[in-house]
Design a protein around this ligand. Sequence first.
Ligand code: SF4
Length: 272
Amino acid sequence: MARVSSNKDATKVRERAVRQAGAQLRNEHATKVVEAEERVRSLRARYGGMDGESLLEVLVREEFYGEIAATSSFGAESAVLLDMIASIDSATPVIFLDTGKLFEETYNYVSTLVSHLGLSCVQVERPSPERLLSLDPRGDLWRRDADSCCHIRKVEPLLRAFGSGRYRAWITGRKRYHGDLRLHLQTFEAVDGLIKVNPLAGWSLERIRSRFESRGLPLHPLVAQGYPSIGCHHCTHRAEAGDDPRAGRWANMQKTECGIHRASWMAGSDKP
Ligand code: SF4
C-alpha cells in the first residue's frame, strides 16, 4: 500500500515538473516575441529608408553580426540577394532547403552560383528520413496533401535550422511585386521571436533584371524555358506571358505559399 502511494506521489511530482517546464518555455517564448517586436520598431526607425545591399551591409556587419542567416531556394531571382550577401561577407550562412523534389537544373544551379559567388557557408537542410517514411513513403504526399508535404519537406527542416537559437535574424528574398500575400510585405517583420529582413521587398522585376545584367549573374537554366518562379518539380509549371510571377507555383491548387513564411511556425504547428 505504501509503495502504491509513493508511486502516485512520484507521478504527481513528474507531472508538476513537466507543467512547470512547459510554462517556462512559454514564458521564454513570449519574452522573445515581445523583444523581437520592439527590435523591429527600432530597426524601422533607424533603417526605414534603406534597402538592398546598403541595408544588408549594416545588418550583417553590425546589427546582427554572427547571428543572421539567409534562406535561398536558388530559384529564378535568388542570385541577386546571394550576390549582395557574398559581396558583404561570403561566409554569411545561407540555408538551402533541399526538399528532395527539386529540379535537376536547380541542383546544378546551386553548384554554379556557389562557385561563381564564392559562398562558403551554404547549409543544406533536408526532410527527416523518419518523417518521410512515416508520412510520405511513396513520395506522393504533394498530390494528396500539399500543405503537409511542404510542412515535412520545408517547414520542419527550416525549424531545425532556426530552432537551434543560433540566429536572431533571417534574410529572405521576397518582394512585393510577387503579389498575393506578399503585396504588403515590409522590410522588417517580427515573427514568433525572430526578425525577418526583406531587403528586396520594394524591388521590381525590372530592377532585378537590371541587377542580373550589371553584375553578370548566371541565370537559372529554367528561366529561359518559361519559369519565372521555381520550386519543386511536381508543383511548378511554366507561366504564360502576362501571368503573375508566381502563377506557375501550385498552379492547380488553392495554395500560393509553401508555409515557411506563415506566422506561427516557430511556436509549433498543427501540421501534419
Ligand atoms: S512544393 Fe510540392 S513537392 Fe515541394 S514540398 Fe511543397 S507540396 Fe511537396
